[in-house]
Design a binder for this molecule. Structure first.
Ligand code: C6P
Length: 416
């Protein structure tokens, strides 16, 4: 079990007051998490103590920064049980990680007539790149639909994953409705037909143990900023035998071994995929964020999410008649995300009223426009939890929603 009160002391921003003296209630961790002091300090320490470019200098500071940078890569590799740190490519975020695969592996491996399979719940980051690949290669993009209760509809999966399937690219936890996707089962089916597997772990890696060997995926993409790390650093894990056969994405300094005026040869892995000066402070900060998560234990982080989600789903029962709540009913089958919608109150209006109570939630389509449209709504209001949230904050959310609905029930301020 997590000692949430103690954890909260590690997050300076959680003691912030907004709009005068309202305590901040941060229920927007699916968008970005808050940061512990140790992570923030690691970035200050880097810039104050050993700022230098990596892999380039023979001097003390470069040796120190290179060691810290590569040490962070090893921590990330261990965190997801990767074969080695060579499988970890630093990117800017999940979006860039997926685009890297679309611009390298997919260019070599997707051919006319092939199929790429995604779910109906994909974030645009794991949909739009595949739309382009399918168009460019004359391949077909196929979609696994969802059921009435917003789980993945696996009834037709054995025809959706077939010998034409070359890539199964799936989100692990839906950011907009919270559904957990059975990626291991999908990966096994993909393997059986020789397809590659990409997992969008943006919402899973920060919140639960994720083991690439156990899932048996070829690619795992995630972002540092959703797992207590800084913005601007992301990760792409690639299985070693797949990585060895991939062409570089960006070309320039650091990714080369030998260069003549006519030609170039490539550096060893993973640096072949890291052209230009990387986000050194970001990688070091992410390594410290991983230390923090390991200190708590990812099983405990997941248990806390499930407990809070269960508490929230129970608390939301009072609002069941007024609100539609999306996602599976079973807290163990969902992320710490509650997405909801009122037929007469636009989510943006609701979000604005909650904000005036100090409660930060996200409203909109959450970059899953096709999914939200298929639900027949313009947007949802979304509360998302993390390791520093409490049952009391859930109570405050429910009270604030009730008050907002009373206010809008009087016909004031509704739109759209
Ligand atoms: N979801 C949210 O509020 P980036 O922006 O590259 O760090 O992450 C993109 C991304 C990809 N996949 C999933 C499942 C995600 O949730 C996200 C980011 C944020 O839900 C911002 S839209």
């Amino acid at each position: 079990m997590l000692d949430v009160e103690k954890i909260r002391e590690d997050f300076p921003v959680l003691s912030k007051k907004v709009y005068g003296d309202l305590p901040l209630i941060w229920l927007d961790s699916a968008a970005t998490s808050q940061k512990p002091r140790s992570m923030i300090q690691s970035i200050v320490d880097y810039y104050e103590g050993y700022n230098a470019n990596v892999h380039r200098g023979v001097h003390a500071l470069s040796i120190e920064s290179t060691a810290a940078f590569e040490d962070a890569r090893q921590k990330v590799a261990d965190f997801i049980n990767a074969e080695s740190s060579e499988c970890i490519i630093w990117t800017r975020n999940t979006t860039e990680s997926i685009n890297l695969v679309a611009n390298t592996w997919a260019q070599e491996n997707i051919k006319a007539g092939d199929e790429i399979l995604v779910t109906a719940m994909e974030h645009h980051s794991n949909l739009v790149p595949w739309q382009k690949v399918a168009r460019d290669k004359d391949a077909t993009l196929r979609i696994i639909p969802i059921t009435e209760d917003h789980s993945l509809d696996l009834s037709e999966i054995d025809s959706l994953i077939n010998p034409r399937t070359k890539l199964v690219a799936v989100v692990h936890k839906s950011n907009s409705i919270g559904t957990v996707i059975p990626v291991k089962e999908l990966a096994a089916k993909a393997r059986a037909v020789g397809a590659a597997v990409l997992v969008d772990g943006a919402q899973s890696v920060p919140h639960m143990p994720v083991d690439v060997a156990d899932i048996d995926c070829d690619f795992l993409a995630f972002s540092g900023h959703k797992m207590l790390g800084p913005t601007g650093i992301g990760v792409l894990y690639v299985k070693p035998d797949v990585l060895e056969r991939m062409e570089p994405f960006l070309r320039g300094g650091e990714m080369v071994l030998e260069v003549s005026y006519e030609d170039a040869s490539w550096n060893s892995l993973p640096w072949r995929f890291e052209a230009g000066t990387p986000n050194i402070a970001g990688a070091i900060g992410l390594g410290v964020a991983v230390d923090y998560l390991n200190g708590l234990g990812m099983e405990n982080v997941r248990d806390h999410d499930v407990q809070l989600t269960k508490y929230a789903l129970d608390a939301f029962k009072e609002l069941e008649e007024e609100l539609e709540i999306f996602g599976p009913k079973d807290p163990a089958a969902r992320a710490g995300i509650i997405s909801f919608h009122h037929p007469d109150v636009h989510p943006h209006d609701l979000g604005t009223v909650l904000d005036r109570r100090g409660i930060a939630i996200r409203t909109g389509h959450h970059c899953t426009m096709p999914l939200i449209k298929s639900l027949g709504i313009p947007a949802t209001a979304r509360a998302s939890f993390y390791l520093y949230n409490t049952n009391e904050e859930v109570d405050a959310l429910v009270d604030a929603i009730k008050e907002a609905l009373r206010y809008f029930g009087n016909g004031v301020g509704t739109s759209g």
